[in-house]
Write a new protein. Structure first.
Length: 461
């Protein structure tokens, strides 16, 4: 009997709790919030995380690979934070109110860190704002730059939660720009072109809609693509001419894959070096260019809730000062991180180690998927592999996709990020977050996935 049948013979449901019955006690928008889950896989993620596989302690356990978290280096960061907390005298400013874009001392240290490690160009702390995570940054930036009913264009597939980030408060609509249908068309590079942007501009104009923001993620979630400086330059010039805000989210900017590593080099026809959008921003000095960063992904610290906006738009920064109060980073987090992020040697070593581990972790997935003949996009960065399992769809609909995602979990215990919400036209594509688990667990997941694929192929003969 195959291990997958043996372990997961009985169907386990991923369904979430049904929403409460609604009375008159909350507003219409409150009811809308009650009925709109942040993501469909959140509850099942927490239960799978509590039941994670271990070869001895929990051999029948599950393997969540759906949440964008890198857990490979927490022990290193934890030790550093504990050292700092145990040996430094806490700054006096921690107990009181400080700057509404973050404390000045914190912003100076973080600007220097960004300059040293990410952007390699001058970062003026006056152009930096810190809020509680990239989520808060996206939400407030959209609220300030756009009016209700405006449209934010996002090349598909892309991060599902952008939909809520731009809509919940700012009431800005998401437009998924489709640049391709088959995953094979994006294996080597992100296909977004000025032609796509012009078509989208005309399409929205003909519908009476205002294309007010273009939101790019580099390295991308979920494809792991990096936009080259040449492409970003062209897109930035197009946006400035059209008076459209270009927001580049570099949340995964230090989570880079070594594409020249012997185990994976042959997957790449070109090795694109990551270069931050900040260089173009500093050159152009335009009010229409903005960059996002944060500590959630590159440092595995999503619980610290730290995100940044870098923008030379002074009105945007002034508006931030007036409306950021509900979203501030706690001063204790700002202080402890100021201590950690002053240690350049520690950071350089941490980032290098992280990139090495990420590359090795990704190589396990890529080698397995190649053996299974499952199409995927070789990433240049990020925590993800975007893969195509459409071959196993029983029906080519979003319901068919959801059934496949559920049966993969029921049969194997592997939880991938469901394709729904990424805004793509092709059904049966999923995201796999490889550094959520250590190598040994990832290998077990790949073994189970391979058995699932074999079983499905045999049963279809
Ligand atoms: C592209 C992107 N932006 C924003 C976020 C949210 O980040 P944070 O935890 O810093 O709010 C995520 C998290 O997955 C993401 O992938």
């Amino acid at each position: 009997m195959s291990i997958i049948k043996k372990l997961f013979g009985k169907s386990k449901s991923t369904s979430t709790k049904s929403p409460p019955i609604h009375g008159q006690s909350i507003s219409k928008r409150g009811i809308e919030a009650t009925l709109t889950p942040l993501r469909p896989d959140l509850n099942v993620f927490f239960s799978a995380k509590a039941n994670i596989w271990h070869p001895n302690r929990n051999p029948d356990g599950q393997i969540p690979l759906n949440m964008a978290e890198n857990n490979l280096n927490w022990s290193i960061m934890k030790k550093k934070i504990e050292e700092v907390a145990g040996s430094s005298k806490m700054a006096d400013w921690v107990s009181g109110y400080t700057g509404m874009r973050g404390d000045n001392a914190f912003l100076e240290i973080m600007a220097q860190f960004l300059e040293d490690q990410l952007t390699h160009v001058k970062m003026n702390p006056d152009h930096l704002a810190a809020l509680a995570g990239a989520t808060a940054i996206i939400e407030l930036t959209t609220w300030i730059l756009c009016d209700a009913g405006d449209v934010a264009v996002i090349p598909a597939p892309s991060y599902p939660v952008y939909t809520q980030d731009i809509f919940n408060k700012a009431k800005v609509e998401r437009y998924d720009l489709l640049t391709h249908h088959h995953i094979e068309e994006i294996i080597h590079t992100h296909p977004l072109s000025i032609t796509h942007l012009n078509q989208t501009y005309n399409d929205l104009k003909s519908k009476g809609k205002k294309f007010n923001m273009l939101l790019l993620t580099s390295p991308d979630n979920p494809t792991g693509h990096i936009y080259s400086q040449e492409k970003l330059q062209q897109i930035a010039e197009w946006c400035i001419t059209k008076r459209i805000h270009l927001v580049v989210n570099e949340l995964y900017g230090l989570s880079l894959i070594d594409t020249k590593h012997a185990d994976i080099a042959s997957d790449y026809s070109q090795h694109i070096e990551f270069e931050s959008f900040a260089r173009i921003m500093n050159d152009k000095k335009s009010n229409y260019l903005h960059m996002i960063y944060g500590l959630s992904k590159d440092f595995g610290m999503s619980g610290f809730r730290v995100g940044f906006l870098y923008s030379l738009n002074e009105s945007l920064m002034a508006a931030f000062e007036n409306i950021s109060a509900p979203h501030l980073v706690s001063n204790y987090a700002q202080w402890i991180l100021s201590e950690v992020f002053q240690d350049k040697k520690f950071l350089t070593t941490f980032i290098k180690k992280n990139q090495k581990k990420l590359t090795e972790s990704y190589a396990i997935v890529s080698q397995s998927l190649k053996k299974m003949n499952i199409p995927f996009v070789p990433p240049h960065g990020s925590l993800f592999v975007w893969l195509d399992m459409s071959e196993f769809l029983e029906e080519n609909t979003s319901q068919g996709e959801s059934t496949l995602w559920q049966s993969l979990f029921d049969d194997t215990g592997i939880l991938l990020t469901p394709g729904i919400g990424f805004g793509h036209s092709k059904m049966g594509q999923f995201r796999l977050v490889h550094p959520f688990v250590k190598k040994k667990v990832l290998k077990e997941a790949m073994k189970r996935l391979s058995e699932f694929v074999d079983a499905r192929r045999i049963s279809s003969i």
